[in-house]
Design a protein around this ligand. Structure first.
Ligand code: ZN
Length: 190
């Protein structure tokens, strides 16, 4: 570390990649709470969430997925060949939604390697606070609409697999548990 770096380290809190909770962790079923005010602490949480999401990699993450029961979501829907476009949502609400439903094959960092089709509103009108605590009202459609509805479900303790049949849901949880056990055994063996 050079002197410049050590100075920077004093003032800038480095972003941290946090462990992502997976099913069937009961914390994921918990309801999150609104944030009273967007502060530096909220921004530090959002920075960690973004870093964690990019490392996974994923396109959306709710705070509860790293064990923080707060109404905070991060997202980046940019394509691989585009510049990063991080989006931050504090206390998001859906004000209006289109009746039209659209299916989309969803996945979730808390249910790794499981993908299935879920139907959601094609367009939703959102209100949320951004990274700086400024209120934003806008319509989301396409992948943006899918992703924000998926992430907002997390704030209510709902996972995308909760929309699937009981059998499919059970299978999904089993698959995740099996993969984790396999990974643990490899770690123990090495
Ligand atoms: Zn998810």
């Amino acid at each position: 570390m050079t002197l410049d770096e050590s100075l920077a380290a004093t003032y800038i809190k480095p972003m941290t990649i946090r462990p992502i909770l997976t099913v069937p962790n009961p914390v994921l079923k918990q309801r999150s709470k609104p944030v009273a005010k967007v502060t530096d602490e909220t921004r530090a949480l959002m920075d960690d969430m973004l870093e964690t999401m990019y490392a996974a990699p994923g396109i959306g993450l709710a705070a509860i997925q790293i064990g923080e029961p707060l109404n905070v979501i991060v997202m980046d829907l940019s394509k691989d060949d585009e510049d990063p476009n991080p989006q931050y949502f504090v206390n998001p609400e859906i004000l209006e939604q289109a009746e039209e439903q659209k299916p989309y094959e969803e996945g979730c960092l808390s249910v790794p390697d499981v993908f299935d089709e879920v139907e959601r509103s094609a367009r939703v009108k959102l209100r949320y606070l951004d990274y700086h605590g400024k209120e934003v009202v806008e319509w989301a459609e396409g992948l943006y609409a899918v992703c924000i509805q998926h992430e907002m479900d997390h704030l209510n303790g709902v996972l995308f697999i909760d929309y699937l049949s009981r059998l499919k849901r059970k299978r999904a949880v089993k698959k995740v548990q099996k993969a984790e056990k396999f990974a643990e055994n490899i770690k123990d063996a090495s």
